[in-house]
Design a protein around this ligand. Structure first.
Ligand SMILES: Cc1cc2nc3c(=O)[nH]c(=O)nc-3n(C[C@H](O)[C@H](O)[C@H](O)COP(=O)(O)OP(=O)(O)OC[C@H]3O[C@@H](n4cnc5c(N)ncnc54)[C@H](O)[C@@H]3O)c2cc1C
Length: 395
């Protein structure tokens, strides 16, 4: 049952098996899978600080196989564009369509399943106010509504302070509606490098919902985390460029800041942490949605088997080292970023690149990606990594 609490009101929570801290993408992903298990699920409670769920983000991913959120997909593209030598090169992805899942239907879908469950509950407006403390065979978690106790804790809260990342992916997007058709609804634009920047690798990302409506984002892969205000001017310029000579209205905005490779492994905690900052985000892309679902599936399975919850699985050594070298190149030679990223798609078979970026690539896919990239900067990055360890990327 999803309940909203006013401050001072004490949530009524029975003896718990699992307490989930944070009911965003990861917390709900786990809760809904446990709710699916009906009466066999461990007694689970999710505490979430926000007062209500809003359409605060848009998840996109390549879909290699039918999935449980198919009915919530707002747009799906069989082609996408990436800037290459001043042109927008178009690639076919009909075998793995690029899909858009708005967050509000996802939240509502999960809440509806939790609502139907006798074993899984969720409280809004409950803020966790410190770290879990071991008390015998249980964890005690301080919240602004008192202490909650459970046998297992799954902590999906972001860290209180930003960790150090090799690069930050900062982005600001707006959903724009135009009076005249201005978008090609048949293809998403993954990276348009028309407006370069000295702050890192900057590109425009366009997700057309129709020929008159799109989510347009300005994204920077850079050493510094940028705020909304840092991106506003460039986003305005991109909107001007993409929708000339027509009236337009903005219906929604979203801002994100994703770590691309953490430079130090966070001090391990004796309880399970999950989500974006705990193995959720793929270092080289920041993509996290599908990885979080994969984690939730495995974690729910473990709990349903009576085992403790699981953290996210580590990436393979090959993937980790390729991502680390790639990020090192983008950080040390950002001016080469557009050429490198565009060449990745231009020179390697599209299906192999997509599989590699979606975490389902084989070694052959990884090698095809490696072959597509110029050896110079990558050998320099490998050399630098061997000579200087402190800037090591750990995922
Ligand atoms: C705007 C945006 C767009 C994105 N687009 C994509 C995309 O296209 N594809 C992709 O793969 N990934 C994308 N991501 C990255 C990633 O998928 C999301 O960030 C995802 O929401 C991460 O899930 P999470 O559960 O780790 O964090 P969140 O979804 O942020 O959930 C954490 C939850 O914890 C709650 N919380 C925090 N502190 C407390 C506390 N003290 N007590 C109780 N609750 C607390 C928060 O309110 C929040 O609900 C995007 C991210 C953003 C921000």
């Amino acid at each position: 049952m999803a309940r909203t609490h006013r401050s001072g009101e004490r949530p009524l929570v029975p003896d718990l098996d699992v307490l989930v801290l944070g009911g965003g993408c990861a917390g709900l992903a786990l809760a809904l899978r446990l709710a699916d298990a009906g009466g066999g699920a461990p007694r689970t409670h999710v505490v979430e600080a926000r007062a209500r769920y809003e359409d605060d983000r848009t998840w996109c991913f390549w879909s290699a196989a039918p999935h449980r959120f198919e009915g919530l997909i707002a747009a799906s593209w069989n082609a996408f564009g990436v800037g290459h030598e001043g042109q927008l090169e178009r690639y076919d992805c009909s075998a793995t369509p690029y899909q858009m899942l708005p967050s509000l239907p996802y939240y509502e879908y999960a809440l509806a399943r939790i609502e139907q469950s006798d074993r899984v509950t969720l409280d809004l407006q409950v803020r966790v106010e410190g770290d879990p403390v071991r008390e015998g065979d249980r964890w005690a978690v301080p919240t602004d509504h008192g202490v909650l106790r459970a046998r297992h804790v799954v902590d999906t809260r972001p860290p209180a302070a930003l960790p150090q990342a090799v690069l930050w992916q900062s982005f600001l997007g707006r959903v724009v509606r135009t009076a005249e058709p201005r978008f090609d609804a048949e293809a998403a634009t993954l990276m348009d490098f028309t407006a370069p920047s000295s702050r890192g690798v900057q590109f425009t990302y366009v997700l057309p919902i129709s020929d008159r409506e799109a989510l347009v984002e300005t994204t920077v892969f850079g050493a510094q985390a940028l705020g909304e205000a840092d991106l506003t001017q460039d986003l305005d310029a991109a909107l001007e460029r993409l929708t000339p000579e027509t009236s337009r209205s903005i219906t929604r905005s979203e801002y994100g800041l994703l770590p691309m490779g953490l430079t130090a492994r966070p001090t391990p905690k004796p309880w399970v942490q999950a989500g974006l900052f705990h193995g959720g985000a793929r270092p080289s892309t920041g993509y996290a949605f599908q990885r979080i679902q994969t984690w939730a599936e495995a974690c729910a399975e473990a709990l349903l088997d009576g085992a403790p919850p699981l953290p996210a699985a580590r990436d393979t050594a090959l993937r980790r080292s390729m991502d680390a070298v790639f990020l090192r190149v983008l950080r040390s030679e950002p001016e080469r970023g557009p050429a490198l990223l565009s060449r990745l798609f231009f020179a390697a078979p599209t299906d192999r690149v997509i599989r590699f970026l979606s975490d389902v690539g084989s070694t052959a896919d990884a090698l095809a990606v490696v072959r597509s990239l110029p050896p110079g900067p990558f050998l320099r990055a490998v050399g630098a990594a061997l000579l200087q360890t402190p800037q090591r990327e750990v995922g």
